[in-house]
Design a binder for this molecule. Structure first.
Ligand SMILES: [Zn+2]
Length: 287
């Protein structure tokens, strides 16, 4: 398992904000203090403007340097442009590594799936996964899919990839919930699987299984996974019902498709996040 991370991504925080540096630092510590899953650690390279501008408006990228909060959930930080670009770079590296057939996880912050073409929002500044998918298409991939199991709808990914030739987006999320979208499918290629708050765990898992079936039927040559762990039963931000073993199962199901895939950390705000990520990675690795 290759894990891409960078201490830079723990270098911004606002007191009391759930999207905090310990999400990464505690997970790194957990994964370094285990022997069951061999890990090769790497740091991200760099993302270029050309890569980022495939997904975002130039004004939106410039806005990252203007010292004003983006919304109540999404504060401005002096170094947020650098941190967001490092998170994009890790996504791009993960995509390249997956295309070579290796298991890879990007353990970075900020997350990205709420960032739309024009707007940073919902703890997200640049849309890491959409940028990586567009790069894969630019590099010659013919069919790529996004599988987003974060408990929140990947509205930004949908906004950027809507009706793009050769791409399909599958998002399983709680509805109603932030950001209020994702009740129905969108365009020709964005498939949404809403689950009700506090849905029985078996129903949540059956919905994930249905989305995985549809993903497989799309026959992508590459799958980009928005791995959010906030569908967890004890997550403070939503009313999900999943347990660590469900994330293990998800990792195993993605592995069983035998299609190259890479995963990027999106949400997950419980103090159990390191265990949830560890469970998922064991599933991915077939351990
Ligand atoms: Zn989320």
């Amino acid at each position: 398992m290759i894990i891409i991370t960078d201490e830079k991504c723990a270098g911004y925080s606002r007191y009391g904000h759930p999207e905090r540096p310990a999400r990464i630092t505690a997970t790194v510590e957990r994964l370094k203090n285990q022997t069951g899953l061999p890990v090769k650690w790497i740091v991200p390279a760099q993302a270029t403007d050309r890569q980022i501008l495939r997904a975002h408006a130039p004004e939106m990228v410039a806005r990252l340097k203007i010292p004003r909060d983006f919304d109540a959930d999404t504060p401005f930080f002096e170094n947020i442009s650098d941190c967001a670009r490092a998170s994009v770079a890790a996504a791009l590296d993960a995509m390249q590594i997956a295309r070579k057939g290796e298991n890879v996880f990007s353990l970075m912050r900020p997350p990205g799936h709420h960032a739309t073409r024009d707007r940073s929002m919902g703890f997200c500044y640049l849309n890491n996964i959409a940028i990586a998918v567009l790069e894969a298409l630019g590099a010659g991939a013919k069919r790529a899919a996004v599988f987003d199991f974060d408990v929140h709808h990947g509205n930004g990914t949908e906004d950027i990839l809507l009706d793009r030739e050769g791409v399909a987006v599958f998002s399983i999320h709680q509805f109603p919930c932030y950001p209020g979208t994702g009740e129905k499918d969108a365009g020709k290629n964005c498939f949404n699987y809403p689950v009700e708050p506090s849905v029985p765990r078996e129903t949540y898992r059956a919905t994930l299984a249905r989305a995985l079936g549809d993903l497989k039927n799309f026959q992508p040559e590459l799958v980009a996974v928005s791995a959010g762990f906030d569908g967890y039963a004890r997550d403070p931000l939503a009313c999900g019902t999943l347990l660590a073993e469900d994330f293990y199962w998800l990792g195993g199901e993605l592995r069983a498709m035998k299609i190259p895939f890479f995963s990027l950390l999106e949400g997950g705000y419980s103090s159990d996040l390191p265990e949830l990520i560890f469970a998922y990675l064991k599933g991915v690795e077939g351990k």
